[in-house]
Design a binder for this molecule. Structure first.
Ligand SMILES: [Zn+2]
Length: 274
């Protein structure tokens, strides 16, 4: 049984500030070890349910937050920037399940710790088939394309609530309750890891009952930007339509093609915002 893990960092228990999840610095060093422990807890739970092969795609910031020799389960480690499939790089139809570890609330959710959707400087809100989505819903397009169920997600409660419309069966692990953009009440790290471990195990034990992501086709992503320059740039891409000054829409019968268009729009926006 082969498991794909897409790991972010803002959803780790205790993390509430960018200084904790961007290096260099002692705070970052501490919190990256917390992330590593949560990733390993997910792998441990999967191992207990009989999983045999793991690919961890580091999806946060410069995407090199983990220590490969500390990964459990002899997991392969996909790290580093400029991955064409971004947070879903490495997934294909050979996998049996996908985990989203340490995910965070969307750009549209003002009460979630460190909320954003891909590019906080450019993107104000993303909707998938008219429903506000975080990165989990967007990334689920790739899982749908490859026929892989997304079975586990961890993060704050907002993250979970935003994933449920697209992954209704998902095993959801809430490790903190957001109080504001920069405050949260977190479980003790040991308690958070125990819940992640148990959730991962349970998700694979009931894998046979899982459906694919619930996204009707042709799927549509609507992206609202902070200003019109980003929207104008996105319209240079085939299949992207301007809806108004700051909003574009893209739709496609093929969920993978839709995701690729979205990622291209994100990369274009980085050119303007950085
Ligand atoms: Zn991140």
């Amino acid at each position: 049984m082969k498991v794909f893990l897409s790991t972010d960092m803002e959803g780790t228990a205790g993390v509430v500030d960018w200084s904790q999840c961007r290096g260099p610095g002692t705070e970052y060093e501490y919190y990256r070890s917390q992330l590593q422990a949560e990733v390993n807890a997910a792998i441990d739970g999967a191992l207990a349910a009989g999983a045999t092969e793991f690919l961890v795609n580091d999806s946060h910031s410069t995407m090199q937050n983990l220590r490969p020799d500390d990964l459990h389960g002899r997991a392969s480690y996909l790290s580093g920037r400029h991955k064409p499939m971004y947070m879903m790089e490495g997934l294909d139809d050979s996998f049996d399940a996908a985990f989203f570890v340490s995910y965070h609330g969307s750009a549209g959710s003002t009460s979630s710790v460190l909320y954003h959707t891909y590019n906080p400087k450019a993107i104000a809100e993303v909707r998938l088939n008219q429903t506000i989505t975080g990165e989990a819903g967007v990334n689920a397009l790739v899982a749908l394309a490859y026929g892989v169920p997304v079975v586990l997600i961890s993060g704050d409660r907002v993250t979970i609530d935003e994933a449920l419309p697209f992954c209704p069966d998902i095993e959801a692990v809430v490790v903190k309750e957001s109080v504001s953009h920069n405050a949260a009440l977190s479980l003790h790290p040991d308690a958070a890891r125990e819940l992640i471990r148990a959730g991962a195990q349970r998700s694979l034990e009931r894998l046979a009952g899982f459906g694919l992501p619930s996204i009707t086709s042709p799927a549509e992503l609507t992206v609202r930007y902070h200003n019109g320059a980003f929207a104008e740039l996105a319209c240079a891409l085939r299949g992207v339509e301007r809806m108004d000054e700051r909003v574009v829409a893209m739709r496609n019968d093929d969920p993978l093609a839709l995701f690729r268009t979205f990622i291209a729009a994100v990369l274009l926006s980085r050119g303007v915002s950085e």
